[in-house]
Write a new protein. Sequence first.
Length: 150
Amino acid sequence: MSPRSLVQASIAALALASALPAAAQFAKPEDAIKYRQSALSVMAAHFGRVGAMVNGRVPFDAAMAQQNAEIATMMSSLPWQGFGAGTEGGKAKPEIWKESAKFKELSDDMNKKMVALNAAAKTGNLDNIKTAFGAVGGSCKTCHDAYRNQ
């Protein structure tokens, strides 16, 4: 199995697991926290690889930008199951659970913008990618400012 196929199979398995009720997925709140932090970490790593190209820190490689945007997009749908009732903690502020509708709105917005980044990456056009990357970054910042402890 190629590395890309292995990553895609792993992501598909994680996506399937995310469709289960949160209570069935996590025996303890710490499990939910670890899950969401792990998913966000993998997403951020691949998003950051696109960012390095967008910001000129590494040479632009359209194929690598597309691959990393695709993985980041797939990962962007996973962490939200780890924010169920009773899973407070980690870097998450308690406002997430007090303002769950607003938090969901922000996570949905980020997911939509991540899908747009993935589409932009498929064009192979760096300017398109830069625009979409900035939109995702702004969405991440908005949510982090409101709901993440530093």
